[in-house]
Design a protein around this ligand. Sequence first.
Ligand code: HEC
Ligand code: HEC
Length: 483
Amino acid sequence: MLAKLSRGKRIALAIVAAAVVVAAAIGIYVFVWFQRNVPETHSGIVDHFKYGSIGAEGRSGVPYWVWRVLPDVFPEYLPDRPGNGYARLGFIYESPTDERPIGASYREDPLPTQGLNCALCHTGVLRESPDAPPQIILGMPAHQFNLQGYLNFLFASAADPRFNADVLIPAIKKANPEFSWLDNLLYRQFIIPRTRDGLLQEATNFSWMARRPPLGPGRVDTFNPYKRLFGFDMDADDTIGTADLPSLWEQRMRIGMWLHWDGNNNSVEERNKSAAIGAGASPESLDLPAMARIEEWILDLPAPQFPASRIDQAKAQAGEKVYQAHCASCHAVPSPGVGQVVNITALGTDPERMKSFTPELAEKMNTLGTGYPWRFTHFRTTDGYASMPLDGVWLRAPYLHNGSVPTLRDLLKPPEQRPTVFYRGYTVYDFANVGFVSSGPEAERLGWKYDTIVKGNSNQGHVYGTTLSSEEIDTLLEYLKTE
Ligand code: HEC
Ligand code: HEC
């Protein structure tokens, strides 16, 4: 048949056919490209924990290249602290040449997107002295990380008129020489304007936070963000949900215990999944296999040991008797009192975090996950705070649910003798008093001023052990180093 066509028509037909094939190929390529959804994965669990995705890029994520250059473009919105870029907010870079800090995940969906993971809030830093190198400790509370500062940085950048393609694209090209003309087009037309709108919307969603006392490093408001998610009226709610970050290790011994600071949930799985949602995952985006690897790993992740050379073993042994007599009933596994709630009237610590988890919220939490294989069913309200195992307690300073007491020595003092103002987030360790250095010029310069007079920050209560003799307290402190 073709032979019957004139030569000119055959050529035209061939051109049309070729064009159709090319268009189809481009179409398929673009289609496949836009379907792309590739989380960064690591075969090793440690790298998976530090950098892997748990499916949280959707709500907490920012297009990667925008996120990368924001500190270069808007350094004035970062705190005036040492380090470059996000390090100034307490993000941990393992090496100064690393592209991303611990806790920042990555996914191509279809464009590169940065998100957050568990390591962000559950990896801490310690230095043995002011000149010592930082030790990065996985599973430890991120006492140096300022989440509220991070959110404020993103929101302030988005509100700045320079958050536009003309300013951001040259910065991106400098950081990424492979940024193509197609990227350029997409970022200019869609990504940058949509990111700005998205961040400004989030700033509105989080405006309740600015109406509460500042959190500072190492603390977040755990449950108030859920209320916003469920559409609660945040102006009618005046609760302060400030909570100190806890450790993640040794979860196996916590199976069945009533935990979270207020003891509102006794399922390890639900505590893990609610954390992933807190980090920005949604029921749809939550990556269950990626989460399962972390859940499995933290079951038996050991709590780091206090340096043995710094423990007086004989004293510690004497201290164990004091511990058994005054602390074990509530803190030593397998005593039935561990992982149970102590009534706030008896306990006397700050009530705000407990009050922030309202009956209405508990009810709503138990609807999350409906239609998925893991719906929450274990949330409840309580009338106090939970007594928890004290494994690795030396790395969990500052102490109590609001992080209001800087060292274990201070916690063993009568409340009126505990520091009323101190500095938190400084990473040099105080081995004698068991906690971080929280006063003095360097702690003041690099730390964040904690004032116990502020609502939600009370350092009262938990008077156990405070009337012991000074010798008993010394031995108890020595024993607590071995926990
Ligand atoms: C934005 C910071 C943040 C991120 C990210 C985060 N957590 Fe947490 N996590 C917290 C805070 C704060 C608490 C204490 C909650 C409370 O009781 O108020 C907590 C508590 C927990 C607890 C309960 C600990 C206990 O002993 O009571 C577990 C388990 C936990 N997180 C696991 C995870 C896992 C797994 C991830 C990653 C999926 C994760 N967290 C991500 C802040 C975070
Ligand atoms: C009646 C039960 C009970 C007894 C006895 C008790 N505690 Fe506690 N402990 C708690 C509760 C409840 C909390 C949580 C309080 C809060 O955060 O508001 C707590 C918190 C702590 C914390 C803070 C942990 C952290 O991660 O910040 C430490 C440390 C601690 N207790 C040590 C001790 C020591 C040492 C003794 C013995 C002298 C002791 N406790 C006796 C119930 C008890």
